[in-house]
Design a protein around this ligand. Structure first.
Ligand SMILES: C[S@@+](CC[C@H](N)C(=O)[O-])C[C@H]1O[C@@H](n2cnc3c(N)ncnc32)[C@H](O)[C@@H]1O
Length: 861
């Protein structure tokens, strides 16, 4: 596990990616007390008033809501049984306790389930974050939140940010792309949906009768009970892509890949087709939660009050449209995508949707899905069908802070001409015709009212824009509007063919078009006249990957202005230039199914067929099984191998299933199992399974590290004693089995790795995981954990003591970290999981090192 952290962080001063969180004086504003920051910005307010998208009364309500603290909210991991247990603990223990407490003499409102979120899995805390952190009665609750977040059972996530994944309707078996995914709260939601009830299905297939097995293979679980789906989560900012990895790794899913590419030119993935012909991967679902000006996040991103500027949206519109068009190209016919922003500005929202639909050939190619019946308890407003474009550039320089509105593009052109006539060097916004409402009507009309707008005052959240699009037919995107005008001009010039300069114009234009594809480059014909101010929103920075990928189209092609585009026969092997400090590309080398290490683990744990032998990989250049063996799903394996060395840049893929542990016991195995992959592996293992049904026995294993294993401990170990006596030394699976006939039964099933030494035992999990389980399962907030290898044992002979310590397996970083480190890390993850809060970048050392090296480093620490 990579260690992020505040320690050793080399934060940038001033602008850069952190720019949006700095005040004009360069101070980081993220930790400012909510109450001390001024929440006023006349330009921001007057712009929204002048836009007339809300009545005067509602505008005031929205403004008042924007000025208050954002409630804290979190979500339980839907795919994990221990998360569902944690949710029950919240309801049965913490909520009643909080309901009894008071703050400043008033009763406290306990956390409430988010009304629109299914199964009461999302919760809202109306008590301000600062109060929860500092007020004593909430200390236990805070501890619970931190422990469960660290364990991957809870994700802190803003309520509005939970909407796009819910609207996508992802199911197990689906192939999903999250194009702008960091820091990853929505990706985590999507990954959980793909995972579904995989663990239960796997158990049925592995143990059941043929009928049960058949049943368990259906509904997307057709990989012997495992979900055959895949999530590719991408972000163009490589540091944020590593933060994304951090967030997703907590879920322990083998069908997740993280990439680091520019979404607007996201590479196509080659797939072998059954017929033997080549095909390209098309996605069932795509999320384009694009970089935006983020004015819906003003309740938590306080620097917005200081910096809000209409140019941020204007500067991002084209990138947003390019990302959306690329998403639609990559979508399956019949597939659905969500385009979303945390901005309320129509230029980043409805204008992007309308112009993109026009560019790809209209509503016969893609439709806006009517979602009015979905999530009925979500309060929302329809998308805008008419709006004005706006800027702050007044004709006179004396009134620079007042917004100026344009009903039509001609209005804007006149305004610009007036200004430039007197002051040719004034900076004017790059407003383009696509930023205005579409003129189409009748059958071609784009039903923009089907888009969804969520305003902060409606249900005490941030602001958000969401639209669900369904691809109806393959299309060939027309060139971007500016490019189209340029090409027409060049074509006219060619037709006239009067002088040399027109020929040059044609040649230049075609060269640019060929090099960039239809959507890779856009310049309006007006561009040379207009200078755009640098906008402050850095999420919109485009990755500087050269536009070498062609934007290939679906097999059937129609209409549009065709620009010669070369569709590559196979993925291009283009060496992508590494930026300074950028880590080397991660490596994924799959092992031969008959590799010695694979044979060893299959024999030792008696892993039964049909558990696949050909999906194991290592993460080093040599392809040697030296430290860890990972496992990836079938599709993940295909993509990691076929796209190796192409422009698709991988950051993460696969889960760690076995870790090397050299043992001197001849009958043992040199590979121990890891918790990451244990739930899908164990049901296929017919050996080395130890079942525990009594909670008090497990408590002993949690509080004692390396408890002695001898006859004197027989009573303490109860049902485990005879089972463990039968086992040769080495790793085994400890299955916690709910059984009503037990005195003290478990509420749900869980599997953990256990190490059986000749003279001791050890549960193979970190101290922090022990603390989390003690809190969740035994409500024990301050347990004492004893490490018996650190204690003198007068009752043992020298040889016995040596045996205990000698076989103490190496546990990697998660075990090496102390509770304080892990707590800090969990708190950082909590921050990172919210939408617009810039996560702490990984330490440079980590960012530079491949995954395995990171672990070694952190262990040395
Ligand atoms: C609004 S944030 C996404 C939040 C994320 N979906 C979540 O739920 O945590 C936008 C992200 O887009 C990334 N980004 C900016 N330009 C991009 C591009 N051209 N391609 C891909 N990602 C981009 C930024 O680095 C940023 O992480």
């Amino acid at each position: 596990m990579a260690r992020g952290g505040r320690h050793g962080r080399k934060g940038k001063r001033g602008g850069g990616k952190m720019g949006q969180y700095r005040s004009n004086t360069g101070r980081d504003t993220r930790t400012d007390a909510y109450s001390t920051a001024a929440r006023e910005n006349a330009l921001f307010f007057e712009t929204y008033r002048g836009l007339e998208i809300l009545s005067e009364g509602e505008l005031k309500e929205m403004w008042a809501a924007l000025k208050t603290d954002l409630p804290n909210s979190f979500r339980f991991t839907s795919s994990s049984q221990s998360a569902l247990d944690a949710c029950r603990v919240l309801k049965e223990e913490y909520i009643p306790a909080i309901a009894e407490t008071e703050f400043n003499g008033e009763p406290v409102t306990p956390p409430q389930p988010v009304a629109f979120y299914p199964d009461e899995l999302a919760w809202d805390i109306k008590i301000p974050k600062a109060v929860v952190r500092k007020h004593k009665p909430f200390a236990a609750f805070q501890k619970f939140l931190v422990a469960e977040t660290g364990a991957g059972n809870i994700s802190r996530q803003e309520v509005v940010s939970m909407i796009p994944p819910l609207m996508l309707g992802v199911k197990p078996g689906m192939v999903v792309l999250d194009m702008c995914a960091a820091p990853g709260s929505k990706s985590a939601q999507l990954a959980e949906m793909i995972h579904g009830e995989e663990e239960e299905r796997v158990r049925k297939v592995a143990s059941g009768t043929p009928e049960v097995a058949e049943l368990a293979k259906q509904d997307g679980y057709d990989d012997d009970g495992r979900s055959s789906g895949l999530l590719i989560a991408n972000d163009s900012d490589y540091k944020r892509a590593y933060m994304l990895t951090h967030q997703l790794k907590r879920l322990n899913l083998p069908n997740v890949i993280v990439t680091n590419n520019d979404a607007s030119i996201y590479p196509s993935i080659e797939l072998p087709q059954e017929s033997g012909a080549r095909g390209q991967l098309k996605y069932d679902r795509i999320l384009a939660d694009v970089p935006c000006s983020g004015d819906g996040t003003a309740r938590k991103n306080l620097s917005l009050w200081e910096k809000w500027n209409p140019r941020d949206a204007i500067g991002l519109h084209k990138l947003q449209r390019r990302i959306l068009i690329r998403a639609l190209e990559l979508l399956k016919v019949g597939g659905r995508m969500v385009y979303s922003t945390c901005s309320m500005n129509p230029i980043e929202n409805e204008a992007v949707i309308a112009s993109a639909i026009e560019q790809i050939g209209g509503t016969s190619k893609v439709q806006i899905v009517d979602c009015s019946a979905d999530l009925p308890l979500l309060k929302r407003k329809p998308g805008l069908t008419t709006w004005k474009a706006f800027d702050r550039t007044q004709a006179s320089q004396d009134t620079p802070s007042e917004p100026i509105f344009f009903e039509t593009y001609e209005d804007f052109q006149n305004h610009k001409a007036n200004i430039l006539a007197t002051e040719s060097n004034r900076k004017i916004a790059d407003i383009t015709p696509e930023m205005f409402p579409p003129a189409s009507s009748g059958e071609d009309r784009v039903p923009l009212e089907r888009c969804m707008r969520v305003y902060p005052h409606q249900q005490d959240t941030g602001g958000f824009f969401i639209v669900v699009l369904e691809k109806l037919a393959p299309f060939k995107a027309a060139p971007a509007p500016g490019k189209r005008a340029e090409i027409s001009k060049a074509k006219r010039a060619l037709e006239e063919d009067t002088d040399e300069s027109s020929k040059r114009a044609k040649t230049d234009t075609d060269n640019v078009a060929e090099a960039n594809g239809t959507v890779a480059a856009e310049e309006t014909p007006l561009a040379p006249l207009v200078e755009v101010e640098e906008h402050t929103v850095n999420d919109g920075d485009v990755d500087t990957v050269p536009a070498t990928m062609s934007t290939e189209f679906d097999d059937e092609v129609d209409g549009g202005i065709a620009i010669p585009v070369e569709t590559p026969e196979e993925p291009e092997r283009v060496e992508r230039k590494r930026r300074t400090n950028e880590p080397k590309a991660e490596v994924f080398k799959f092992l031969d199914p008959n590799h010695e290490a694979i044979n060893e683990v299959f024999n030792f744990y008696r892993i039964e067929s049909p558990f696949p032998r050909d999906r194991f990989l290592v993460r080093n250049e040599d392809g040697k099984a030296s430290k860890a063996i990972y496992y990836a799903s079938a599709l993940a394996k295909h993509i990691l191998t076929t796209m190796e060395g192409t422009t698709l840049k991988f950051v993460h893929g696969g889960i760690k299933m076995f870790v090397r542990h050299d043992t001197k016991h001849a009958q043992s195995c040199n590979w121990r199992v890891q918790t990451e992959g244990i739930a899908i592996l164990q049901p296929w293992c017919k050996d080395r399974v130890v079942v525990c049904k009594e909670k008090h026995i497990f408590h002993h294993l949690l509080t004692d590290m390396f408890p002695i294993f001898n006859k004197d401990q027989e009573d303490k170990l109860g049902e485990l004693w005879p089972q463990l006596q039968e086992l040769t030394p080495g790793c085994c699976f400890l299955v916690l089995q709910p059984d009503k006939s037990a005195k003290d039964p478990f509420t749900s099933r869980m599997v953990l790795p256990l190490w059986r030494n000749p003279g001791s035992l050890n549960l193979m999990c970190s101290k922090d995981d022990r603390y989390e389980m003690l809190l969740r399962m035994y409500n024990d907030a301050n347990p004492a954990i004893v490490d018996h290898t650190q204690r003198p044992r007068p009752d043992q002979g020298k040889k016995e003591q040596e045996e205990v310590v000698d076989e103490k397996p190496e546990i990697k970083d998660e075990d090496v970290m102390g509770i304080d480190d892990k707590k800090k890390q969990s708190e950082e993850k909590v921050e990172a999981s919210t939408d617009k809060v810039e996560p702490e970048p990984l330490q440079e050392k980590e960012a530079d090192a491949p995954a395995e090296a990171m672990e070694v480093d952190s262990k040395k620490e």
